[in-house]
Design a protein around this ligand. Structure first.
Ligand SMILES: NC(=O)c1ccc[n+]([C@@H]2O[C@H](COP(=O)([O-])OP(=O)(O)OC[C@H]3O[C@@H](n4cnc5c(N)ncnc54)[C@H](O)[C@@H]3O)[C@@H](O)[C@H]2O)c1
Ligand SMILES: N[C@@H](CCO)C(=O)O
Ligand code: NA
Length: 429
């Protein structure tokens, strides 16, 4: 074993960073044996230097992250600050100054991954980011490496722990939305600004990263159709229950049937209770990958939290250190297919539409005509009447999303439709 240690700079020492430091210290001997050289924490950049950080030598703490990555003797920079800047500049500076990078920063990778990969390649460094998607679950590496010989056609799953935690609590214990979000934040699952979770930005970033790797093309967060969970009501969840379903925030990346384009979307969807994704509880994540030769693969595990995320960071750290010792680099960006990303309107989905209507003859026929005019066929209709008013629940067959949203617009214009109580896509059937 080499005795000269590999030097690691840790940028950020919050929920994830503090766990990375703890595991690096407590498992130092095992990590050294697995890598073939000791790994040494050479500096820790923080924003609040006065905070007591158990197990970290105070002499390592600095508020000058730029000087740390410019030192020139750092082998690996672990970026767990989050956000676009200064993380982007720090990572690029690290590459320029001889370091490879391990990052958990999905927001940055989904915004500017191509430029970061290009910088890594230019300087001959590694850029690893297993922690950026689905926390502890090995998913980035299986897609980048294990499935590199196959053709992936679809990636579908739950990739945000916070929103899964909230929806699960609302469904199973009747908890309120804000109470469940506060709990997820206290448990270290939520982003620094939890809007990123509840509005679907975090899941959209992960969908962009997954689609890019899966289909060997460039997908940015702005290419991903995004709807969060802020408009999912307790009534929607109760209505899903009545249909034998539950509501999950899903990320779905698909290659078009003709192979000429891809789509990526994040939105709440109803799925049957019998579907494996329905039993994904709390902050767990689960992702199905469908590949031509492999068939269907399922990845499941803790999707958020300090310790699970640190596990993924440490796995990358070991891989990058091994590469350094072997004077090699791991896989870079693979974006050779250059497939365009189609808009949401072209995605084929199913809708569950709940309407408040007047309870009088001819209403059902009027509603059915709207569907027929858009060429969308109805799967089921359920009507419940009370005091001259009725609620009508329509579930459609699969149709282009543009036709389905056209139907909703036309329904809103009918005099007999008092309101559209909820619209949700249905998946997993
Ligand atoms: N928490 C999770 O479950 C989880 C899971 C996967 C990925 N991530 C990602 O990991 C990253 C970190 O997340 P976290 O939950 O640890 O966040 P956090 O807010 O707990 O930690 C980030 C830390 O970075 C510090 N920081 C910010 N700017 C800095 C700067 N310029 N120099 C030095 N320190 C700075 C902050 O003070 C904070 O302590 C983010 O990119 C996040 O998206 C988090
Ligand atoms: N905020 C993210 C952290 C893990 O990426 C989540 O809840 O999934
Ligand atoms: Na992961």
């Amino acid at each position: 074993m080499r005795t000269r240690p590999l030097k690691v700079a840790l940028l950020g020492c919050g929920v994830v960073g503090s766990e990375v430091a703890r595991i690096m210290t407590t498992h130092a001997d095992d990590l050294a044996a697995r890598i073939g050289a000791p790994v040494e924490l050479a500096g820790v950049a923080v924003r609040r230097p006065s905070k007591v950080r158990e197990g970290i030598d105070p002499a390592l703490i600095t508020t000058d992250a730029t000087a740390l990555v410019q030192r020139g003797d750092i082998d690996v920079v672990v970026e767990v600050i989050g956000g676009i800047e200064p993380a982007r500049t720090l990572i690029t500076t690290a590459f320029e100054n001889g370091a490879s990078v391990v990052s958990a920063n999905k927001a940055l990778l989904a915004e500017d991954g191509a430029a970061l990969h290009a910088a890594a390649e230019k300087y001959g460094r590694d850029l690893y980011y297993e922690a950026a998607v689905a926390g502890a679950i090995p998913l980035v590496r299986p897609l980048r490496e294990s499935l590199a010989g196959d053709k992936v056609n679809r990636v579908l799953g739950i990739v945000n722990g916070t929103t899964n935690f909230i929806l699960d609590k609302m469904d199973t214990s009747g908890a309120g939305y804000s109470e469940a979000l506060d709990e997820a934040t206290a448990l270290g699952y939520a982003e620094a600004d939890p809007t990123a979770d509840v509005e679907g930005f975090d899941a959209a970033a992960k969908a962009a990263i997954l689609a890019g790797i899966a289909f060997h093309t460039r997908v940015k967060i702005g290419d991903v159709h995004r709807e969060g969970i802020t408009e999912v009501t307790a009534a929607d969840i109760a209505s899903a229950r009545r249909m034998g379903c539950t509501v999950k925030l899903l990320a779905i990346c698909e290659r078009a049937a003709d192979g000429a384009s891809v789509t990526a979307r994040v939105h709440p969807a109803m799925i049957p209770l019998s579907h494996p994704l329905a039993s994904v509880r709390e902050a767990y994540n689960a992702v199905f990958v469908e590949a031509e030769a492999a068939g269907q693969l399922m990845f499941y595990g803790p999707g958020a939290g300090g310790s699970p995320t640190a596990s993924a960071v440490l796995g990358d750290l070991v891989a990058v250190c091994r590469n350094k010792l072997g004077e090699a680099t791991g896989p870079g960006e693979s974006a050779y297919t250059r497939l365009p990303v189609s808009p949401m309107g072209e995605v084929v989905t199913r809708y569950h539409i709940s309407l408040d209507v007047a309870d009088k003859p001819g209403v059902l026929a009027q509603v059915a005509t709207v569907f027929a005019e858009q060429g969308v066929s109805i799967d089921t209709v359920r009507q419940q009447g009370k005091d001259g008013e009725a609620s009508l629940v329509v579930v459609t067959h699969r149709a282009p999303d543009a036709a389905l949203s056209g139907i909703v617009e036309a329904l809103r214009k009918l005099d007999t439709v008092r309101g559209v109580a909820s619209i949700m896509r249905v998946e997993g059937e």
